[in-house]
Design a protein around this ligand. Structure first.
Ligand code: N01
Length: 513
């Protein structure tokens, strides 16, 4: 009898990429389009999409217009609304992965555990739950929003009811008619709270800090517009450029002249009072005491009206502990509930990967960073040869599409790979003084920004008070700086022997008798 079994996947390739979100796929597609098949992408999930695969909470959508929040090389004329929702974005990523044929290089359900630099062979050894991989170059494209932050409130473990994080929404839990506590009022909560409010009996919103909100100009796209974009791609390109430049203008206020932010501040105040015209007490609770832009500016036209409904209580307090079925605020306010939803954000400045990547001295990224991430051009860290981030430290944005930044970062890595190949190099390691100067420059530019001067505490700032997350300049400048791999900033080592050809790819099916 002949059966078909699957042979173990080849676990050696020139390039290993961790993550199949927009960032990881940007590089994978770049390699595929260049005819390079010597790469493996690993992902713990069972399909592509990253954060857009994992976040399935009700109301999950993008707050950057879809015509901008998409790959430059894969325009989609068929977005159904101006700000696409999660399922449509996930389908878009899946379609792009299919059309570019990168799936055959992806090893799904493979969880990256520890990566160690092997100086002897100039390779990275990556331990995963499916075995060890060996790569010449390792690329982390896990993104800053992949690891949910779940505060360990005293008593939470003993809470007698469902508890879940917005990024791990438990759709098996029926919240209809229930008393629910929502902890957190960030970008995710303002999207799912209006949906929850419609179904729950009572919604208790624990708000430590109110965010600033502007209206969300979402509307369904017309058939005519979709047909025009499909038939005349230049029209869509023009619309995308228009969006790009209008978003880019806000850098002037966020980074250069924070006083300009007084204008959106007035608009946001007006949005709040217009949407809640009859409840000054609630308006007061929802009015932030910091300058707009200091935390991410959120877009919503249904959050404030939802909070003004009779089944919603806004508790202006952090959470101290959970006592039985009661959530107790730091100021003593209490709410007895049947379920708790954590909208408490992500590990952004304390990326979990930092404790699992070991460089030339055997120490981890986290040891090197000592509480404050830093990299060179958001991509490389001295002492970690052949290791790259896509969307690493100081590449985040508060105003535009992260896909733009992902494509720019992917270009930098792609050019590094090209130059390493041409120069027959075994390794590249950024020079410490270059990395230091780069970060000094970043922090100098950070000083006048609204993120530092705006009077708020935000996840943009790390435990040392440094903004190690955002890019403090125009995005076209970042793209210019990452368009070429500046090999002169790196220490290099030549290959000892020509590299044997290798082919990566999916597990091969072989007949077994
Ligand atoms: O998380 P957040 P998020 N006790 O960190 C509160 C992206 N995103 O998941 O402000 C009590 O913004 C915390 O309070 P405070 C986007 O980049 C994009 O909502 O620190 N409360 C805050 O209110 C976004 O910025 C889209 O005082 C606690 C909330 O939890 C990022 O994801 C859509 C607490 C966390 O807010 C994260 O958004 C959605 C504690 N111990 C999200 N700890 C797009 O459309 C935290 N909080 C592209």
């Amino acid at each position: 009898m002949t059966a078909t079994v699957t042979a173990p996947a080849l676990r050696t390739a020139r390039v290993g990429i961790i993550g199949t979100g927009f960032a990881g796929l940007a590089l994978a597609i770049r390699l595929r389009n260049a005819g390079d098949d010597d790469f493996i992408v690993i992902d713990s999930g069972d399909d592509v999409g990253g954060t857009w695969r994992d976040n399935t909470y009700p109301g999950c959508a993008c707050d950057v217009p879809s015509n901008l929040y998409s790959y430059s090389f894969a325009p989609n004329p068929n977005w159904s609304t101006t700000f696409a929702h999660q399922d449509e974005i996930r389908q878009y990523i899946e379609r792009v992965a299919d059309e570019t044929d990168v799936r055959r290089n992806i090893h799904f359900r493979t969880f990256a555990q520890d990566a160690t630099w092997d100086a002897e062979t100039s390779t990275w050894k990556l331990q995963t739950d499916q075995g060890e991989y060996t790569f010449d170059v390792l690329v982390s494209a896990t993104g800053p929003l992949s690891s949910p932050s779940k505060p360990d409130f005293p008593g939470l473990k003993d809470f007698d009811g469902p508890v879940f994080h917005s990024a791990e929404w438990d759709h098996s839990v029926d919240l209809e008619g229930k008393r629910v506590a929502v902890i957190g009022t960030g970008a995710s909560a303002i999207q799912f709270v209006p949906e929850l409010q419609k179904v729950v009996g009572e919604l208790n919103l624990f708000q430590r800090t109110p965010p600033w909100l502007l209206p969300r100009p979402e509307f369904k796209t017309s058939k005519v517009r979709r047909a025009l974009f499909a038939r005349i791609p230049a029209l869509q390109t023009f619309a995308r450029r228009w969006l790009y430049w209008t978003h880019e203008m806000s850098v002037i206020g966020l980074v250069r002249q924070p006083l300009i932010m007084k204008v959106p501040n007035v608009l946001a105040k007006r949005h709040l009072t217009r949407q809640i015209p009859d409840n000054p007490e609630l308006v007061e609770k929802l009015t932030p005491n910091f300058r707009i832009g200091c935390k991410r500016i959120l877009l919503s036209s249904n959050y404030y009206p939802a909070l003004n409904k009779p089944n919603v209580n806004v508790l202006t307090t952090g959470v101290e502990r959970i006592e039985g079925n009661t959530v107790v605020g730091t100021d003593g306010q209490r709410a007895e509930v049947d379920a708790i939803v954590l909208g408490t954000g992500f590990h952004v400045t304390d990326l979990p990967i930092q404790d699992h990547v070991r460089g030339t001295d055997g120490r981890t990224l986290g040891d090197h960073w000592a509480g404050s991430m830093h990299a060179y051009r958001g991509a490389t860290v001295s002492g970690f040869p052949n290791f790259f981030f896509i969307l690493g430290p100081n590449t985040g944005l508060g105003h535009s599409s992260m896909i733009f930044m992902a494509e720019a970062s992917a270009q930098y890595v792609f050019d590094a790979l090209e130059q390493m190949e041409k120069g027959n190099l075994a390794s590249v390691d950024v020079r410490p003084e270059r990395m230091r100067r780069w970060n000094e420059g970043i922090q100098k530019r950070m000083k006048p920004t609204v993120w530092v001067t705006g009077g708020c505490a935000s996840w943009y700032l790390d435990e040392q008070g440094r903004n190690s997350t955002l890019w403090p300049d125009f995005t076209f400048k970042f793209r210019a700086l990452t368009s070429r791999f500046d090999i002169e900033s790196y220490s290099t080592l030549p290959r000892r022997a020509p590299k044997p050809a290798a082919t990566a790819g999916e597990p091969t099916a072989v007949p077994a008798s």
